[in-house]
Design a protein around this ligand. Structure first.
Ligand code: ADP
Ligand code: MG
Length: 279
């Protein structure tokens, strides 16, 4: 049975404010942030360091609460959504258990959390982790220990592990930033394949404009001081988005557009900071 709630957004931030510290040392990590993400969308947050990207993920995952405004995940508070195991997270570094094989690493969370399999059993079958690993190019690596794998392969295993829990919403905080460009592109491919198959809502943080454009249905441009959403750009490019995408004029037009938005956000930030109106 599907949930009965009226069609709630997968993620909804309304007028969210988050401040760290007090008085003169306070940092406004997010101010007036509005964002609505429909189920199944792939959305990236992009912006310079300190603009509140990780703060958004911490609020959506329920690790922190907003000082003002609201955050909802499928119509629930993040704490409720976490308790219902709707939220998955892929960190910047893979954090696999070194003494377990790759296969056991990715199946362990399912064993600990059999609800994830049951919740999906009614709608769609719980994914076969061996199959997911094979799709992610880790067929030969299943029985190896993490230390026997490259960094890119380890991160791939971490992504499979997160998708394997069948979260409704997957949060990814710069998951590819530690990888070389070639590895990164191949992981983007695999991420898109998994996303396409499992229809999870993805909220993805990146510093890379081309990565954001290639992966996303929507790119959310953010600026710092105070951290805020300055633009929401829908990426109207056909999928699948393979390597040929890089030869497409439209792809580069989107890159240029987003770089332009980032630059103008910077300029307005500088002006606001100089003018002392950093609210
Ligand atoms: P991003 O992920 O975009 O780089 P963050 O969301 O991590 O940015 O941080 C936004 C702002 O809030 C930054 O100025 C950062 O220094 C500040 N900040 C984040 N976490 C804390 C904290 N726990 N205590 C104080 N300031 C913080
Ligand atoms: Mg961050």
């Amino acid at each position: 049975m599907q949930q009965q709630a009226p069609r709630a957004a997968a993620i909804e931030l309304s007028s969210v404010r988050r401040v760290y510290g007090f008085d003169s040392s306070a940092t406004v990590a997010l101010s007036g942030a509005d964002l609505r993400i429909e189920p199944g969308r792939f959305v990236s947050l992009i912006g310079p360091s300190g603009c509140g990207k990780s703060t958004v993920l911490r609020l959506v995952s329920g690790l922190e609460e907003p000082d003002a405004g609201s955050v909802l995940v499928h119509g629930m508070t993040p704490a409720e959504a976490c308790a219902a195991k709707l939220i998955g997270f892929v960190p910047q570094t893979p954090a696999l258990l070194p003494w377990l094989s790759v296969l056991r690493n990715v199946t362990l969370p399912q064993k600990i959390n059999p609800r994830a399999g049951r919740r999906r059993a009614a709608g769609s079958a719980s994914p076969d982790m061996r199959e997911l690993l094979r799709k992610a190019g880790l067929g030969e690596a299943m029985d190896k220990l993490p230390a026997q794998l490259s960094g890119g392969m380890q991160q791939r295993a971490a992504i499979v592990r997160a998708f394997g829990l069948r979260p409704e919403v997957l949060l990814m905080d710069e998951p590819f930033s530690a990888l070389d460009e070639f590895t990164r592109e191949s992981l983007q491919d695999q991420l898109l394949d998994l996303w396409d198959e499992l229809k999870t809502t993805v909220l993805f943080v990146t510093h890379s404009v081309s990565e954001a454009v290639r992966l996303s249905d929507t790119v959310v441009v953010m600026a710092p001081k105070p951290g805020r959403v300055v633009d929401v750009v829908d990426i109207d490019l056909p999928r699948p988005r393979g390597e040929r995408l890089f030869e497409e004029r439209d792809f580069h037009a989107y890159e240029d557009l987003i770089r332009d938005r980032l630059r103008s956000a910077w300029r307005s930030t500088d002006a606001a900071t100089v003018g002392g109106t950093n609210r």
